[in-house]
Design a protein around this ligand. Structure first.
Ligand code: 5GP
Ligand code: ZN
Length: 144
């Protein structure tokens, strides 16, 4: 629990939220400013800011819940698909510093497009640059 975290306060019932699911590890509730009908947030009950901060158990619980709830939310609002997404870090647009996965129901013809649409252009890397990036990431993973 982080005193000044809005999501911790929703879990504790100090701020009202439209809870749709809860178990020992995760909590799910409707987004207050929904991008579409049924827009749901899935959060770990323990306060962590970034996905990488989550202990393995919470990581597993959050992704398990996202996977289990996505088709349920989709069916509940009669949607045609779901965008499952996380803004991880301020530069990625994360506004609430408590890990949360978005389940955004998608409807044929809603015109929002794929999450690729958050970028106006692609990175435009040469084959050599892609090779270099892959090596850098492999090396970083090896050292992690
Ligand atoms: P982020 O940009 O951090 O990934 O998304 C935060 C989300 O939390 C936003 O979609 C926003 O509408 C939602 N949100 C922010 N404050 C509240 C709140 O007090 N209650 C609820 N239910 N959702 C909130
Ligand atoms: Zn919190």
């Amino acid at each position: 629990m982080s005193e000044d975290c809005v999501f911790c306060q929703i879990i504790d019932g100090d701020i009202p939220g439209r809870t749709v699911y809860e178990d020992d590890d995760v909590f799910a509730f409707l987004d207050a400013n929904p991008l579409s009908r049924g827009h749901t947030l899935v959060i770990p009950k323990s306060h962590h800011e970034r996905v990488s901060d989550l202990p393995a158990g919470d990581r597993a619980a959050v992704f398990e819940a996202l996977g289990r709830l996505a088709p349920v939310v989709e069916a509940a609002v009669d949607a045609d698909g779901v965008t499952v997404g996380m803004n991880d870090g301020e530069a990625a647009g994360q506004e609430v510093p408590h890990v949360h996965g978005h389940l955004v129901p998608r409807f044929d013809g809603d015109s929002a497009g794929p999450i690729h649409n958050i970028f106006r252009s692609t990175a435009d890397l040469s084959d050599e640059e892609l090779d270099e990036v892959a090596e850098d990431i492999k090396t970083a993973i090896g050292g992690a």
